[in-house]
Design a protein around this ligand. Structure first.
Ligand SMILES: Cc1cc2nc3c(=O)[nH]c(=O)nc-3n(C[C@H](O)[C@H](O)[C@H](O)COP(=O)(O)OP(=O)(O)OC[C@H]3O[C@@H](n4cnc5c(N)ncnc54)[C@H](O)[C@@H]3O)c2cc1C
Length: 389
């Protein structure tokens, strides 16, 4: 039976980043990444919007995303002169009704205290800056003119994974189907029947994280949440809107430019949450919910055509919709980087770095992520993020 010092289940942004930072931070042991589908066609990372922002309400989420931003800024130093992920620094705009202004301002104060450039705009100032928006019912908008925007998530994942593989990390194209746990993770079994003994196991299985934990007899509230993304052509959209921010409306609908088109989506309420976790597109949402909401908010969106779309599965943490990062409290060689619920592409690099520090040093070095551990879930003490989209 082959022995691997660190086995990583999942080769998306979290798995690839863990492997990459283990090497970068000096880990000398053997590392293997086990990925069930190296086309990554259903991975969260490939299907992501690739948004990065500082507009969070917890210090940890801001720090995690700032780490991702630094990596984007240093992409060429890190991965070579050809490294490119198409980062568009067009900002995020989060709209609020009168009721939401206080929270928006409270969040902005926290973000500013941590070096973010976000501002809360109101009245004339807001209307002048975003003239394509109908501000009916809107009291304020929080805007990040710098250090926020979107990039191609697949390209980032590929850069990180290739850099890890170039540093003596093995990629095994197999699903992990069984995990032996007797208080320590001892071994994993693959779909082809091969078994590996392991020094440590990293759960980087994205939407499959709860299922992987269950193989070890452990509970984790992470499973797929189905989301629809609609690709929209809007011939009359003005230039400002085409280069404008990723905008979140108070209705739960949101959009951003995507090349010559736009992408639209929405956050379903608990009752609307799709029950079936397949890959079938539901276009009825577009007609009944997203279009009316966005055409009201951005009048030029009255005349649009849906020209495509895709289904993605969020790696959803059903307990408090925040990442779960750390060692498993009862199984110390089982490491978790899961449950990001819509903000994991920007936080994947920092998560991989944090897990590498736990493995190498036995504790966090770059940032203290203690509050993000599974312990909070076992204690039933949620760490809510107020800005979840
Ligand atoms: C539609 C959509 C929009 C999003 N928008 C944003 C955004 O704007 N900004 C943002 O920050 N985040 C966003 N996210 C979330 C973000 O993409 C994810 O949080 C992040 O990509 C998770 O990375 P991961 O590596 O954990 O998971 P994944 O990329 O899913 O990688 C996990 C991998 O594990 C593999 N795997 C699973 N089980 C096993 C097993 N048993 N054995 C072997 N391999 C296994 C899977 O095949 C997969 O490739 C979005 C997600 C979606 C779906």
């Amino acid at each position: 039976m082959t022995h691997i010092d660190v086995a990583i289940a999942g080769g998306g942004i979290v798995g690839s980043s863990t492997a990459y930072y283990l090497r970068k931070n000096g880990f000398k042991g053997s590392i293997a990444m086990f990925e069930q589908d190296t086309s990554f066609k259903h991975a969260c990372t490939s299907l992501s919007w690739g948004g990065i922002r500082q507009q969070f309400s917890t210090p940890e989420n801001i720090l995690l995303s700032q780490f991702g931003l630094r990596l984007i800024r240093n992409l060429k130093e890190e991965f070579g002169a050809d490294a490119e992920i198409g980062f568009k620094e067009s900002g995020y705009l989060v709209l609020a009704t009168e009721k939401g202004v206080e929270v928006l301002e409270e969040n902005q104060r926290l973000q500013a205290s941590m070096g973010a450039d976000t501002v809360v705009l109101k009245g004339e100032e807001l209307a002048k800056r975003f003239p394509w928006i109908n501000f009916d019912g809107i009291a304020a908008g929080s805007f990040g003119p710098k250090n926020e925007g979107y990039f191609d998530p697949y390209s980032l994942m590929t850069l990180v994974r290739k850099a890890a593989l170039a540093r003596d990390v093995t990629l095994v194209q197999q699903a992990v189907t069984a995990v032996k746990n007797d208080g320590q993770i001892r071994s994993i079994t693959l779909a082809n029947g091969e078994e590996y003994t392991v020094g440590a196991l990293v759960n980087a299985a994205g939407a499959g994280a709860g299922a992987l934990a269950a193989m070890a007899g452990l509970e984790m509230p992470v499973s797929p949440a189905k989301r629809y993304v609609y690709v929209i052509d809007c011939p009359d959209a003005p230039e400002g809107l085409r280069k404008g921010p990723l905008t979140f409306d108070v209705s739960g609908d949101y959009f951003r430019p995507e090349g010559r088109n736009f992408i639209w989506s929405f956050t379903p309420s608990d009752d609307e949450e799709p029950k079936v976790k397949d890959w079938e597109m539901d276009e009825s949402w577009f007609e009944s919910k997203v279009w009316p909401g966005l055409a009201h908010r951005v009048p030029v969106f009255e005349a649009v055509k849906m020209v495509g779309g895709w289904v993605g599965h969020y790696d959803y943490n059903w307990f408090d919709q925040n990442g779960i990062i750390g060692r498993h409290p009862q199984v110390p060689n089982f490491y978790l980087g899961n449950g990001f619920s819509g903000h994991g592409i920007q936080q994947g690099p920092a998560t991989g770095n944090a897990i590498s520090e736990l493995i190498i040093h036995g504790g966090f070095k770059t940032m203290d992520l203690t509050r993000m551990g599974l312990e909070r879930i076992q204690r039933k003490e949620p760490l809510f993020e107020k800005n979840i989209f």
